[in-house]
Design a protein around this ligand. Structure first.
Ligand code: UD1
Length: 350
């Protein structure tokens, strides 16, 4: 079986999806991109085109739960493999709106699988999350660590993993690579593409970046009483460019043995919230102001990957360190203080 050359990317305008599009276009893939822009913007795809110097084969604005429209896309294009990023990803929103989260994340994946099945597309790279491990630390977590999701977002990702495992058990023609991301951060080195959350950022790096650019007063550090070296929570931050390189390699490995394989994608090194503040302060040249706040409900003390399995299997190793992640995130924020809205404004002014 030959390696895929036309890839359908769901959620291609989002943070990770858009970086993946650049990586795949740079390596000669033809892309069919679908996105409903519920937490993203077409501007991101315009930037993808600018960086890659060419246009993704086709773009469709649709919600993947709309099976009729999704099916029409598969009717129109021969699809070799699917990269499935489209999902809601806020832990706190998932606690407030569990039904919406299950509906979007599990319902979206079931709809996609049904359409793939109808069109005999059997190769999938699935975007999962380290949050499935729940409060499993300390210590580097192997893929065999039992899943114990602690919030609806994580539970929805775990439900999709189980769904995919069941499909692979029943149908030997499927190959699914399920990638559990630790904390993806950073931005494309051009400064054109980065993370641009709607409203107040939930996640640490975009919040810090908005403080640095003057959009917010100060960061709140959620908890300094964790059993960690400086009392703040530890995460395994991974540069989005390293992450998408792993996705490109995944496409080559969709021709390996059928069935489902799960890999952690992390650096294998933990950084505390204070480490991130230090690295970002160095990157932007000013001290990031912060205050101490209580722990955020649902947060865990430490989540660090054991990513040796994917290194052994594919030879993939992340190369970018926390300083590079912060420098690249800062370049994007500095050049786009209001995110992609800046380019919309510039276009209106032209
Ligand atoms: C969570 C999920 C992860 C998901 C990601 C995307 C868990 C365990 N992890 O990551 O799977 O992919 O969201 O949304 O559920 N912090 C502050 N101040 C802030 C923001 C964050 O101190 O303003 C701290 C947090 O308490 C945490 C660390 O920074 O200790 C990282 O937080 P964040 O960037 O939100 O990611 P996770 O919660 O680790």
């Amino acid at each position: 079986m030959s390696a895929p050359s036309t890839v359908l990317v769901t959620g291609g305008a989002g943070f990770i999806g858009s970086h993946a599009c650049v990586e795949l276009l740079d390596h000669g893939y033809e892309l069919i991109v679908v996105d409903d822009y519920s937490n993203s913007t077409p501007q991101a795809l315009a930037r993808v085109e600018r960086i890659a110097g060419r246009f993704a084969g086709a773009l469709y604005e649709l919600d993947i739960r709309d099976r009729r429209s999704l099916s029409a896309v598969f009717d129109r294009h021969p699809v070799d493999a699917v990269m499935h990023f489209a999902a809601f990803k806020s832990v706190s929103a998932s606690v407030r709106q569990p039904v919406e989260y299950y509906d979007a994340n599990v319902g979206g994946t079931t709809a996609l699988l049904r359409v793939m099945q109808e069109h005999e597309v059997h190769r999938l790279v699935y975007s999962s999350s380290c949050s499935v491990y729940g409060d499993a630390g300390p210590g580097a977590l192997e893929e065999s660590t039992p899943a114990r999701p602690t919030n609806p977002y994580a539970a929805s990702k775990w439900a999709c993993e189980q769904l995919l495992a069941d499909v692979c058990r029943r149908r030997p023609e499927y190959t699914v690579l399920c990638l559990r991301y630790f904390n993806p951060v950073g931005a494309h080195p051009s400064g054109l593409l980065g993370e641009d959350p709607r409203g107040t950022p939930d996640n640490l790096l975009p919040y810090v970046a908005q403080v640095a650019v003057g959009r917010r007063d100060r960061l709140r550090v959620f908890g300094t009483d964790y059993p960690t070296r400086d009392g703040t929570a530890i995460r395994d931050y991974i540069h989005v460019m390293d992450l998408v390189e792993a996705h490109r390699l995944a496409l080559d490995h969709l021709t390996d043995a059928p069935g489902m394989t799960v890999y952690n994608l992390g650096v294998g090194k933990g950084s505390s919230v204070l480490d991130v503040i230090d690295a970002f302060s160095a990157a932007c040249g000013t001290r990031i102001p912060y205050e101490i706040a209580p722990r955020r409900p649902g947060d865990v003390a430490e989540l660090v990957a054991d990513a040796r399995a994917v290194a052994r299997a594919w030879g993939w190793r992340p190369t970018r360190d926390l300083d590079t992640m912060c420098r690249d995130a800062w370049r994007f924020q500095r050049l786009n203080p209001h995110g992609y809205a800046d380019s919309a404004r510039r276009t209106q002014a032209d």
